[in-house]
Design a protein around this ligand. Structure first.
Ligand SMILES: [Fe+2]
Ligand SMILES: [Fe+2]
Length: 485
């Protein structure tokens, strides 16, 4: 079709340009078949058909017409998504969020146009566009924006100006919400929406596109729209976070702030764990960025991975003051292992209480996978003999890492734990430690449930060696410095 190519080229150019402005959130896709794509597509299709049925006459011909429009709209969007961001189609949370946003939009359009017969400027469409952009990035938002502007124009009697206005306003909103990091950033947007709408009304009035007797009502409508859209978007962000299981950058930056009460509590009650977590976060954040995983999730996950140790800090070596008697000396190795394992269960409980995002709770649960607690396993063998010790009792009874961020935190955690008792700070030593940790975990099958590749692991190793070199830079002894002392 002749008309299809220029539109596709234009959309592609826009998406590419907007995507360059901000980092698109990498989505972690579960392995295996996902039904979310089919279910969501069918629901979105049904919703579009139902919405159009409100607009058109109820006869057989318009029913066919409605179905054809819906198929064209869906095909168009799927073509772009499959080509430029196929991960979205396999992500249950993302597809569900798209479905909810499209349904909300269709509901609003039917309510405002067919039932209340209000002006389109009053429909708070910015809610859907801002929410989608904050969670799924510019690519999805531009595609959905196109569907919305197109449908809106059909509902308002094929008004071309509405299509253009909504599309430009949407693109403007995508720019505005591209790099929001605090809730305050969103509150600043309402004034910009109002200014944009008011300018449009004045220009449209000047060009005699709109009825000038109505201009006062239109101005009031656009002001209300700006305010309402921002308030509702702020209100629905936590719910959208729950539905999609995708934490926003806003939430992640909030929880990685050192003034967070739980992190302050960790500093006071488990200072060793606190320092350990900060180094793990440093290693994990850099490594995640290196392989294109979500660095903020890795960082937040590392801060909270051992949060469960707050409840029994003294049982963990990093928190035990040197003058203090080791509590494990009076316990059986099996009992000690149970206490160590409990930091996962306690961590999940604390994380749920303070409402951390699901991805962070998953990292807490998976950061040891099913690995073996070597120290107490060896102690048990020494005490009872190998044939009398059941290896299973010394393996963490939790889930293996499911995501790349979880794998990174697992590696960083083990590397930091070894570094803690290390006295030699040299590049070769860092390299040996990192490679040994990765090799051991890999051979133990800890990475097999995630989609990490050997290429990723190689990059992670190189990056962690680099980070260790910069963290311990001041402690590396140079031969020349030794000679001059
Ligand atoms: Fe741990
Ligand atoms: Fe740890």
């Amino acid at each position: 079709m002749l008309w299809k190519k220029p539109i596709i080229d234009f959309l592609y150019f826009l998406i590419k340009y907007i995507n360059q402005l901000g980092e698109t959130k990498p989505l972690e896709i579960k392995k295996g078949f996902s039904i979310s794509y089919w279910v969501s597509t069918i629901f979105i299709y049904i919703s579009i058909v139902l919405a159009f049925l409100f607009k058109f006459q109820h006869n057989f011909l318009s029913f066919i017409y409605v179905n054809i429009i819906s198929i064209i709209i869906l095909n168009f969007s799927l073509y772009f998504l499959k080509k430029y961001n196929p991960d979205i189609l396999k992500h249950d949370g993302a597809m569900f969020l798209i479905f909810i946003m499209i349904s909300t939009f269709l509901f609003l359009i039917v309510l405002f146009r067919k039932i209340l017969n209000y002006n389109f400027l009053l429909i708070p469409i910015p809610i859907c566009i801002m929410t989608l952009n904050i969670f799924l990035g510019a690519l999805v938002s531009v595609i959905i924006l196109f569907i919305m502007s197109f449908t809106l124009a059909i509902f308002y009697d094929y008004n071309f100006y509405i299509l253009v206005l909504e599309f430009i306003l949407g693109i403007y909103l995508i720019f505005l919400t591209q790099n929001v990091t605090t809730r305050k950033d969103i509150t600043k947007i309402w004034l910009k929406i109002i200014i944009f709408n008011v300018l449009f009304i004045l220009i449209a009035n000047h060009l005699s596109i709109i009825d000038s007797s109505n201009i006062f009502h239109l101005l009031i409508a656009s002001i209300l729209n700006g305010i309402i859209s921002v308030i509702i978007t702020l209100g629905i962000l936590p719910y959208a976070e729950n539905i999609s299981t995708i934490p926003t950058n806003i939430k992640l930056l909030e929880i990685t702030n050192f003034s967070q009460p739980t992190l302050t509590k960790m500093l006071l009650e488990a200072p060793g764990t606190y320092n350990h977590s900060i180094v793990v976060a440093n290693l994990a954040e850099n490594a995640a960025r290196e392989i294109g995983a979500d660095s903020l999730i890795a960082k937040a996950g590392a801060y909270y991975h051992d949060i469960g140790k707050i409840l029994k800090p003294i049982y963990f070596i990093e928190n035990k003051p040197s003058f203090m008697f080791n509590k494990h000396d009076s316990l059986s190795p099996n009992m000690s292992a149970l206490i160590i394992f409990s930091h996962i269960k306690d961590g999940i409980k604390i994380a749920k209480n303070i409402k951390l995002p699901k991805k962070i709770i998953d990292i807490i649960e998976e950061h040891h996978g099913t690995s073996i607690l070597m120290y107490f396993y060896n102690k048990a063998i020494e005490m009872y003999g190998k044939e009398n010790v059941d290896e299973k009792l010394y393996r963490y009874p939790y889930r293996k890492p499911q995501t790349r961020e979880s794998v990174i935190v697992m590696i960083a955690d083990s590397v930091e734990a070894i570094m803690h008792s290390e006295t030699v700070f040299s590049y070769i030593n860092f390299k040996n430690i990192v490679n040994k940790v990765i090799k051991t975990k890999l051979e133990d099958g800890q990475f097999e449930e995630s989609n990490i590749t050997l290429k990723d692991l190689k990059k992670i190793a190189e990056n962690m060696i680099k980070t260790l070199s910069s963290i311990y830079h001041s402690r590396i002894k140079y031969p020349t410095a030794e000679k001059t002392q």
